[in-house]
Design a protein around this ligand. Structure first.
Ligand SMILES: [Mg+2]
Length: 275
């Protein structure tokens, strides 16, 4: 079965750009679903060793490599465990550059105290609810209720006891599958973090690999960055399964099978970079 599903020409153009100037190439890479196969429980997800080996080699050859995740930064870093790379956590709110400087997106920084106040409230108010799991990502509080025996009741109580007070305190709320996320009300995305990491660098090629809706902001960020200068080249690579949301494939230049095709693509990238 082919692992490169669409965009062969775009891939060849990308590889040619990397071949011309590997040290002027930036690689941005999502973790879950892109280099770590999706599993039932996110805590069980791992980046396979062969991916880590490949990514370590890419770090030595390319201008920069960054891992960009919705997980807390430290969690993403623990999973990938590749030195010399930048890490972006909580969808752009936390950034650790390759030279080791770590910061919270400045516009979100001033909300940390209030997020932490809501985290303390949640720990107290939700303690009696079975199957409700809090994930404190410092700048973001995630409240998971997938394991609750009565999900409707859990959702009702979470909203009444924590989501409403969080909203009243000026925080933004996003919902997902059996999860509420309480976050600073600022327009920070994987795309804004990508732009921040590209800014002021002497780079000509940027590649963003991802698999989900939040990665589309990264795809758009590298495309816009390339449009701003005729010498620049950008490539968005989607790791695709039967469940991939259409906006992801529509925004991608290259589609590969998750995660086997991503391994193939990154191997070709390494070969183009002389590794
Ligand atoms: Mg993902």
């Amino acid at each position: 079965m082919p692992t490169i599903l669409a965009g062969e020409d775009a891939m060849q153009a990308c590889l040619a750009a990397v071949r011309r100037a590997p040290r002027a190439t930036a690689l941005f890479c999502d973790i879950d679903g892109t280099i770590a196969p999706i599993v039932g429980h996110p805590a069980d997800a791992v980046v396979p060793t062969r991916f880590k080996t490949l990514l370590r080699a890419l770090v030595t050859r390319l201008g920069s490599v960054a891992f960009v995740t919705g997980r807390a930064l430290d969690d993403g870093r623990r999973m990938v465990a590749v030195e010399g790379a930048a890490y972006v956590g909580t969808h752009g709110l936390q950034i650790l550059t390759a030279d080791g400087s770590s910061f919270t997106e400045p516009q979100a920084e001033r909300y940390i105290d209030v997020v932490q106040r809501i985290a303390a409230l949640a720990a107290e108010e939700l303690a009696d609810l079975d199957g409700v799991v809090l994930e404190d990502k410092r700048t973001v509080l995630a409240i998971h209720y997938r394991l609750a025996p009565d999900a409707d009741r859990a959702r009702h109580e979470i909203v009444a006891r924590v989501v409403e007070p969080a909203r009243a305190a000026g925080l933004a709320i996003s919902t997902g599958h059996f999860v509420y996320e309480i976050r600073p009300p600022v327009p920070v995305t994987k795309g804004t973090a990508t732009r921040r990491l590209l800014a002021g660098r002497d780079l000509v090629t940027a590649v963003f690999c991802g698999d989900d809706l939040t990665d589309v902001t990264g795809f758009e960020a590298v495309h816009r960055w390339a449009e701003a200068d005729a010498r620049r080249y950008a490539c968005a690579v989607a790791a695709v399964t039967a469940e991939t949301p259409p906006p992801v494939t529509e925004a991608a230049d290259v589609q590969v099978a998750a995660t086997e095709g991503m391994y193939e693509f990154l191997s070709r990238l390494l070969a183009a970079a002389g590794g």
